[in-house]
Design a protein. Sequence first.
Length: 285
Amino acid sequence: MLRSSFALRVAAATATLAAVLGATSTQFVPAAMAGDAFKHVFTDPAGDDFGPGGYTYPTDAVYTAGSFDLRSLEVIEGDDTIEFRVTVGAKIEDPWNSKDWEGNGFSLQFAQIYIDLDHQKGVGFHDALPGLGGVRFADDEAWDKVVLLSPQGRTRLEAEVRFKAAKMKGAVVIPKRTSARGKQLVAVVKKSDLGVPSGKWGFQVVMQSNEGYPDKTDLLTRRVNEVRGQHRFGGGNDAECDPHVLDILAGAGKGGADEVAAQKASLAYTCGSKVATLPMLYTAR
């Protein structure tokens, strides 16, 4: 009888508290159970994997249509990790058997995810990693961290960063695990390498192609030439003033048709006077 009376008093107290807070018994959830982990999805239009507008794929059959056509970026916070999922327009293949060179199960794609952690002018890097040609970030949208979704294993990546991007080494994040499934590249990063995600963070995805034998100054990227070849993209400028970038996030990051024009505007360049500027997309906007 005592136990029953106590239970009734607890139930009455709970109902009273719920009423005070303006919640029903099914809506009242302790803050620790609120499930407020960060998750955001950016989408990108189909068919805009042509850089500033005129880039073409290499002639070799392994570069199938849509392989570098960015469709979305998902950012998902876990207990002690952050997962990044980059979706493209074609199934991700492994024609060069990456496992033979300690790779991650795919061969062609190389996605770089640039992150602005504070949206403060004068803080961070304006230049992208070596190998992207003529591109930079705006003064008030500089990046603080970059996550590499590469077919290459950790040992190769660390060596490339050490020798070609030494000043940026502390800002380069190599995931604890990178893989491919279907049309997605998936990277799992330790939260301690980035911090706790917030609405202040800005993101940009640069779609590139893995080059196992890059130029001595390029960080595993495949160049865009004026004329395409078996393993070279075409439509660029051999004067090396063009952005070696195939697809990016642009506009509102919701996949609208206007974002194609926004990408063209961001990647537009004029040799000797205008450098392509990569935008950051902020989740709080």
